[in-house]
Design a protein around this ligand. Structure first.
Ligand code: GDP
Ligand code: MG
Length: 397
């Protein structure tokens, strides 16, 4: 009799566990019990209204997952559930070549400007001065401008007889040379010693951090990686919402905190979740208030320290708005003093005629530009490639 009672009790417990698991799976947001104090929540991707007919349900048994021990973290399904249609972004390779026409503004003032002068039959001192001014106006910086002009002058005999296509080639070569073609621009996004790659994204407000984190998630998903996002800009709830929306579109989980909560706690939780779920990369968005330099330093330093209790930060990406020119470079210095920046993402290059800023940023900060933003569209972020970029600046003949 006692055995029967025990068997019934076990059955009831199993049933309750099963039901609660099923209910949990349907939820879009899960509050982690042990982190109530920090108010950190995990957001599962929400179904996006299908644009095409919903895919057929997976043929293997989806129920098998439920029968397993409850996962500590809910990951988006590897394959869209019915009604859950994710975007499938293109891989990163070749993106810049596709997007280089977005440099149209730089193209018309820098590329065309230079080609017009260089095509003149005999180049006078005034012409060379014009070349110099054109390069400086495009924010190429004095050192690189001097190098380009000197090298072009030594080739002036060649220039005199060069065809339009040859001139273009020559100019592309010289621009590529000052863009640092040999710099290592590999983004530290890969797993390292059994832990996820961790990308910390920093920069002033409005530079394009959150947008870049969202676009980067798409680049990574396009390249076949698993990703988790951390919304550590807790100063504005809108920032977390914005990030969540980016994540949802590509089936990527976002860890977010309560508005005004501790950014380091959210970053910690995001990385902890990433370690547990064994994802490839965790990308953490941060706040960019510059009210006091020491406040910023303390905060970024703390975020990094706390994250590194879980997994080393493999990339600190500084987001810079290309349209801010010298001002942007000065602001960037504050960040490089606060954390060791390993790469720059230069945004809004589609909105400026000063494409040469890439050269200046690299030379003045001594940090390679690794990503560039070329528009507000979800896939308008590309890995930086010096030659393709130089070709974009010069344009087609
Ligand atoms: N045209 C253009 N706009 C961009 C680009 N990157 C970001 N933005 C815009 O810049 C604005 C600020 O971006 P946001 O990511 O919120 O900046 P944050 O404050 O640094 O997080 C938004 O309107 C973005 O759409 C880009 O590459 N090109
Ligand atoms: Mg933001």
């Amino acid at each position: 009799m006692e055995f029967v009672l025990i068997a019934i009790a076990i059955l009831v417990v199993a049933l309750i566990t099963g039901i609660s698991l099923l209910v949990g799976r349907g939820r879009r947001t899960m509050r982690l019990e042990d982190d109530d104090a920090a108010g950190t929540t995990l957001t599962r991707p929400r179904p996006v209204p299908p644009t095409s007919p919903a895919p057929a349900p997976p043929t293997d048994q989806p129920d098998a997952v439920v029968a397993d021990a409850p996962p500590a973290v809910e990951l988006p399904p590897a394959r869209p559930e019915p009604g859950l249609v994710f975007d499938t972004p293109l891989p990163s390779a070749g993106r810049l070549v596709r997007l280089r026409s977005r440099l149209a503004r730089s193209q018309s003032s820098l590329g065309r400007g230079l080609l017009t002068v260089l095509a003149r039959e005999k180049l006078t001192e005034d012409d060379w001065e014009e070349v110099e001014e054109t390069l400086l106006a495009a924010d190429v910086g004095i050192a690189a401008t001097t190098q380009i002009v000197e090298r072009l002058r030594t080739q002036s005999m060649v220039l005199a007889t060069a065809s339009g296509a040859d001139l273009r080639e020559l100019l592309v070569n010289e621009l590529t040379a000052v863009l640092g073609p040999d710099l290592d621009r590999t983004l530290g996004t890969d797993r390292h010693e059994g832990r996820p790659g961790v990308v910390l994204v920093v920069g002033v407000n409005g530079a394009g951090k959150t947008t870049t984190v969202g676009k980067l998630a798409r680049v990574l998903v396009g390249d076949g990686k698993s990703v988790i996002l951390g919304a550590a800009d807790t100063f504005r709830a809108a920032a977390a919402d914005q990030l969540e929306t980016w994540g949802e579109r590509v089936g990527v989980l976002t860890v977010r905190g309560r508005e005004g909560g501790d950014p380091a706690a959210v970053a910690f939780e995001a990385v902890r979740t990433g370690v547990e779920a064994e994802v490839d990369t965790v990308v953490v968005d941060t706040a960019g208030r510059l009210h006091t330099k020491s406040g910023l330093m303390d905060e970024l330093g703390k975020v990094k320290r706390v994250v590194e209790k879980q997994s080393p930060v493999t990339e600190v990406l500084l987001v810079l708005d290309a349209t801010t020119g010298q001002n942007g470079v000065v602001q960037a210095r504050v960040f490089t003093e606060a954390v060791t920046v390993t790469g720059v993402a230069l945004t809004k290059l589609d909105g400026t005629a000063k494409g040469g800023i890439v050269v200046r940023v690299q030379q003045e900060l001594g940090i390679p530009v690794k990503l560039i933003g070329l528009g507000e569209g979800p896939d308008d972020l590309a890995p930086f490639e010096p030659r393709a970029f130089a070709e974009g600046l010069v344009g087609e003949v």
